[in-house]
Write a protein that binds this ligand. Sequence first.
Ligand code: SF4
Length: 107
Amino acid sequence: MSTCNQEDRRSEAAEEPHSRAFSRRVIVGRGAAMLAGGSALISTIFPPRAAAASSKVPKAQAGYRDAPKGAIRCDRCTQYQPPTGCNIVEGPISPSGSCNFFAARTG
Ligand code: SF4
């Protein structure tokens, strides 16, 4: 009787490394699936185009206004992209506008 129990324990012990490995495989597999699902969800909520649009500074934060500040004018700035664009400030800007990020063009 006790011999049978000892054999059962031995066979369980022999199977245990396999079941641990299987559990690890299942956990790693499920973790990878959860990560893939999570990144798909994030891409759905924040599409890449929206992320690119938000890389520019809002006009209010840049201190932008549609008028020059003395010699400071967008059409004299290194960041100006004719006719109404700016490399760092969001949205259309005026060539005669100005902001706190003005950097004079040379030459
Ligand atoms: S002054 Fe400001 S808004 Fe105008 S081009 Fe330069 S960085 Fe852009």
